[in-house]
Design a protein around this ligand. Structure first.
Ligand code: ADP
Length: 196
């Protein structure tokens, strides 16, 4: 099927945005597979550094456990290296960009690579549901930043630093708001509908 449309190297950059617990990671994996995109999750990359005990991981661990953001230059350096090394600019970005500075760096990087943002999908879920999901995830996965204090701070950080980016992408005509309530397949279907 992919060969018939010859889309395998055409640039495609889909952003998956939304508050902690909105389901970005799950949907990112499904959609990346379906569209032949590489999932690039800055949270996963950071957790991998922490697990391997790299200098970056040692620096990031305490920040992540407090629910604050890892400095922009660290994140941008990580994303830039991954994108520049890839054979094609076909990515599904999960959890990046998260600040206006990261968004500006992404624009510059995509300019260099001759690509642009295909769509910025914002998964919308109300706060009560988010808290419930994160508490559940804490039980199931034991992620060290899913305890109540950190969760509350991550939500606050999201509202303050990341939510303004939605206006930025709306201004560029790239924003697609999607209801994130419902089972996984239902939400995947809604995202599929808004993607070109
Ligand atoms: P969630 O969105 O559910 O909080 P993530 O796995 O995306 O989970 O992120 C976990 C933590 O990793 C964040 O709270 C933050 O400390 C760090 N992090 C991930 N992505 C970024 C980013 N783009 N910029 C800064 N920090 C990040």
């Amino acid at each position: 099927m992919a060969a018939a449309h010859d889309t395998t190297t055409a640039p495609e950059v889909v952003l998956l945005m939304g508050p902690p617990g909105a389901g970005k990671g799950t949907q990112a994996s499904l959609l990346a597979e379906e569209r032949g995109l590489t999932k690039l999750s800055t949270g996963d990359m950071l957790r991998d550094h922490v697990r391997r005990g790299t200098p970056l991981g040692e620096r990031a661990q305490a920040i992540m456990e407090s629910g604050e953001l890892v400095p922009d230059d660290v994140i941008v350096g990580m994303v830039r290296a991954t994108m520049q090394a890839a054979p094609a600019v076909r990515f599904l970005l999960d959890g990046f960009p998260r600040t206006p500075a990261q968004a500006a760096s992404l624009d510059a990087l995509l300019d260099e690579l001759g690509a642009r943002i295909t769509a910025a999908v914002a998964l919308e879920v109300d706060d009560d549901e988010l808290v419930q999901r994160l508490v559940q995830r804490a039980h199931e996965e034991g992620r060290s930043d899913d305890n109540e204090d950190t969760v509350r701070n991550r939500m606050e950080v999201y509202r303050r630093q990341t939510q303004p980016l939605l206006d930025y992408y709306a201004g560029h005509g790239a924003l697609k708001r999607v209801d994130g309530l419902g089972d996984v397949d239902t939400v995947t279907g809604r995202i599929r509908e808004v993607l070109p």
